[in-house]
Write a protein that binds this ligand. Structure first.
Ligand code: AMP
Length: 473
């Protein structure tokens, strides 16, 4: 995807009603991207079928277009983009007829050398249809001199850098690949004998597929009629440091998923426990900012011995965007999503647990709302460290100057959001809480500015850098 897209991918090979399974998989992955979605299917006659649109999975797909998506194999994608890349041409899966046959591709992650590859390919005559870094991979595959498509894909993947968890559907095969650092998750499952790949295990759960294992960092699997074959993208690569995205565990993944081999809810609860030890305070109750703070708040309450209660109710039917009323309703965007429960909060000293502070603007509005509902004291606890730097690997964080943690210390952030006290989880506390993974196998770039691989583009690959315009619906 273009720079700063958040995404989820799903694929199923040779199962009856493949498109329906894919649709359900995307439904479970909707939290990974709410702007657009697509499915590409492939049938025994060698035909590909494409349905993709802007909107939620539930809005895009219906009986008619799912019937149109014929065949026993399908891949799908959900996407959210922020950097002006919301053109319909960017909706994935991308599909192309290449010299290596027809190919559809769905990609989660961001490439960090896309800008350079884009210009190189363009100078060589490549014509780009989208403003998406993922299209670069299709061009590289099409231009590869390797005759075998798997070799061509591997050769292409060896040229790209950055984060990719990718599913490719070709004529009679499906490929799943994950970058050597393993930034984004990708798992393998089995549904009634058919292989399934998904960004998160919650998608396997919904269709009733069994979890088999993760696609390893640096691994590419080929699934075809003869079964499954695994290979290394870099055949001679030595075991190297991984760079799993810790923000998947903090915020992005669903709590019912197993990510990088760890249960997300358990990890978040442990974050909350460590947070309670690092930043204790006496109070009457612990509450979460729902839903992102739920698991950590439970952990904080358990560890501190202070009771948990629901201090806010969330409206689950609000997406990321909604039409603002023309008259000025104060704090409308916060109120439409979350409403304080006054009886719980009135005259209480409240510990409010959330997963992260990015810009600080919504946290500030929430603290104001909790106070207005009658809370006597508002102590904010955040289950990750201050975010100081942007992500270049697939999480939607704004530029550095928009990140409150980049220019203000904890005391200043506390004053900005209007809390009585504020505590962030420490980096070491966070990493130690994830027991089975060595701390140096995580990417913590958004908290340190130290990225596990060089970011050559520095975020340059966006629609603004290109020389064509699209109608943006
Ligand atoms: P703010 O106070 O404006 O920094 O917003 C903080 C809220 O944003 C927290 O409740 C987080 O759960 C949420 N958040 C963190 N990362 C993201 C993201 N990538 N996309 C949307 N919301 C996020």
């Amino acid at each position: 995807m273009s720079w700063k897209d958040e995404c989820g991918v799903f694929g199923v090979f040779q199962a009856p009603e493949a498109a329906q399974l894919c649709y359900l998989g995307l439904y479970a992955l909707q939290h990974r991207g709410q702007e657009s979605a697509g499915i590409v299917s492939f049938d025994r006659e060698g035909q590909f079928y494409v349905v993709k649109e802007t909107g939620l999975v539930s809005e895009i797909f219906n009986d008619n277009n799912l019937k149109y998506l014929a065949g026993e194999s399908a891949i799908g994608h959900v996407r959210y983009s922020t950097s002006g890349g919301s053109t319909k041409f960017n909706i994935q899966p991308l599909y192309s007829k290449t010299s290596k046959g027809k190919i559809a591709l769905a990609h989660n992650g961001n490439l960090t050398n896309a800008y350079y590859l884009y210009h190189q390919l363009k100078n060589e005559g490549a014509i780009f249809q989208s403003t998406s870094d993922s299209e670069i991979v299709l061009h590289l595959i099409a231009r590869s001199r390797q005759e075998d498509v798997v070799e061509a894909v591997a050769e292409s993947l060896r040229q790209i850098e950055g984060a990719y968890s990718m599913v490719i559907l070709g004529e009679g095969y499906m490929l799943a690949a994950r970058d050597p650092q393993g930034f984004r998750p990708l798992v393998l499952g089995l549904f009634e004998g058919a292989y399934v790949v998904a960004s998160e295990t919650c998608a396997l759960d919904l269709i009733g597929a069994d979890y088999v294992r993760e696609i390893e960092a640096g691994e590419m699997v080929k699934i075809d009629a003869s079964g499954i074959q695994s290979s290394r993208i870099f055949p001679n690569d030595l075991p190297q440091k991984k760079a799993y995205c810790v923000f998947e565990h903090i915020y992005f993944a669903r709590p019912d998923s197993v990510v990088f081999g760890e249960h997300v809810h358990d990890v978040r609860k442990e974050f909350g426990r460590v947070l309670a030890r690092e930043h204790p305070i006496s109070a009457d109750l612990v509450m979460a900012i729902p839903d992102s703070g739920n698991s950590a708040a439970l952990g904080y309450a358990e560890e501190s011995g202070i009771r948990f209660d629901f201090g806010m109710t969330r409206n689950h039917y609000v997406g990321r965007t909604f039409i603002q009323p023309s008259q000025n309703i104060r704090n409308f965007s916060v109120k439409v999503k979350l409403n304080p429960i006054k009886n719980v909060l009135k005259d209480r000293r409240v510990i409010v647990v959330d997963d992260s502070i990015v810009r600080g603007t919504t946290s500030r509005e929430r603290v104001t709302a909790i106070r207005k509902a009658g809370a006597k004291e508002v102590h904010v606890r955040i289950s990750c460290p201050p975010i100081t730097d942007p992500c270049y690997f697939g999480i939607d964080t704004p530029q550095k100057d928009k990140l409150i943690g980049s220019s203000r210390n904890v005391e200043e952030i506390k004053n900005y959001i209007g809390a009585d006290s504020l505590g962030f989880l420490s980096i070491s506390g966070m990493l130690d809480a994830i027991k089975s993974i060595q701390p140096d196998h995580f990417c913590t770039g958004c908290f340190t500015g130290k990225y596990p691989i060089e970011v050559k583009d520095n975020g340059k690959f966006s629609i603004d850098q290109q020389d064509f315009n699209y109608y943006i619906a």
